[in-house]
Design a protein around this ligand. Structure first.
Ligand SMILES: *[C@@H]1O[C@H](CO)[C@@H](O)[C@H](O)[C@H]1NC(C)=O
Ligand SMILES: *[C@@H]1O[C@H](CO)[C@@H](O)[C@H](O)[C@H]1NC(C)=O
Length: 360
């Protein structure tokens, strides 16, 4: 028997020959496959990955892919509800301006898809959604699909601590206009802030199917690039975009700060208005009352990626950390150029107004 097989085992009365060399090769191959699955294919196995690896890092490339997908998936729900025409509209109460604050099935369904989809990939990240009060019945999931980004997008693997990441989700911006079938204003938005600064912004327009996304310092969507290079009109002449639903105070501020000849572009949705600034349809976006951070964070990230600026009316940067208030109460100015000039004019107007009210 010597010189023959290395091992014999009795099984069911039959002899099975196990040769050590192939067995070792198989074991090595299996180990390689296992290590590969655990380390390089986390996007397909987030649950397993989460269980087996307890580090608290977030890969921003994956975050970007998930954010774009969440915005687009939410957009599908919004369109789906619009097509059924069963919005099941109800009111969330009144806005700060005293207008009705509507809520529809589209807000709810988009919220569940976006929030649950993101939460599954990033269980340790704080995610704030406008509709967090909504109870989601079904588990909505999607797998990471890197093809939502264009092939030439520069998306390096950048790892940050999960503790430093805050995600802001707006499942349906411009709900009022949605109920009025003014669909061009409607967007779904995701913003990723790192240490309170907006780093990734996604503004998706469900009814045109376009997605504007930017990752500061890395890349942006082709659609956004195309908007940016659209021919400028005369930028010396201010064109201010303000909200169509509560324009009284913003219009008054714009006129007194920039002169009676200022052009006003009334529009709806903070996401839409930022895109008007990007496309040079407006030279600035002005908001004079309270505004929620899920309305503005994505636009802030996108503007910054394009070299633009979004601040409060006194020129302060807005913080999007988890411990900051979800409401910005200091007003909003967003521009691509000449931000300081606009802020100067606005603050002159504000100090004149204060002086006047003191004199009275
Ligand atoms: C506003 O426009 C009118 C007519 O075009 C012009 O006569 C006037 O000088 C302008 N005012 C300012 C402050 O630019
Ligand atoms: C800018 O304005 C033009 C003309 O009104 C319009 O066709 C275009 O869609 C606007 N851009 C965006 C991003 O909405």
């Amino acid at each position: 028997m010597s010189g023959a097989p290395l091992t014999y085992e009795k099984m069911n009365g039959r002899s099975i020959r196990i040769n050590r060399v192939p067995a070792t090769i198989t074991a090595v191959l299996l180990t390689i496959v296992l290590v590969y699955l655990l380390n390089f294919h986390q996007e397909e196995r987030p649950a397993l990955y989460g269980m087996l690896r307890s580090d608290n890092k977030v890969n921003l490339r994956k975050m970007l892919i998930a954010a774009v997908q969440a915005a687009q998936r939410g957009g599908f729900e919004v369109r789906d509800v619009a097509h059924t025409r069963e919005l099941k509209e109800r009111s969330k109460g009144k806005t700060d301006e005293g207008a009705n604050d509507p809520f529809t099935d589209a807000d709810a369904r988009s919220h569940c898809v976006m929030k649950q989809g993101l939460k599954r990939f990033f269980p340790r990240v704080q995610i704030f959604s406008e509709e967090d009060k909504e109870h989601c019945k079904d588990a909505h999931i999607f797998d990471l699909d890197p093809t939502v980004l264009h092939e030439t997008a520069e998306v390096p693997d950048v790892s940050v601590s999960a503790r430093d990441v805050t995600v802001w989700v707006d499942p349906l911006d411009a709900t009022q206009e949605f109920t009025e079938e003014l669909y061009e204003y409607v967007t779904t938005m995701v913003c990723v802030a790192v240490a309170g600064r907006p780093v990734i912004g996604v503004i998706h327009s469900p009814f045109s199917g376009q997605t504007a996304w930017a990752w500061q310092g890395n890349s942006m969507s082709e659609y956004l690039k195309g908007l940016r290079v659209q021919p400028h009109s005369d930028t010396d002449h201010p064109v201010i975009t303000v909200s169509r639903s509560h324009t009284a105070s913003a219009k008054e501020v714009a006129r007194s700060a920039f002169g009676d000849n200022v052009s006003l572009l009334t529009a709806a949705g903070a996401g839409y208005k930022v895109l008007q600034v990007v496309a040079n349809n407006a030279t600035a976006y002005l908001h004079t009352s309270k505004i929620k951070k899920w309305d503005i964070c994505a636009g802030d990230a996108i503007l910054q990626a394009l070299g633009g600026t979004m601040t409060t009316l006194s020129g302060e940067a807005i913080n999007y950390g988890p411990n900051d208030s979800p409401v910005n109460t200091e007003g909003l100015l967003a521009t691509l150029e000449k931000h300081d000039e606009y802020i100067d004019k606005l603050s002159k107007h504000r100090s004149e107004k204060t002086a006047k009210s003191r004199r009275r």
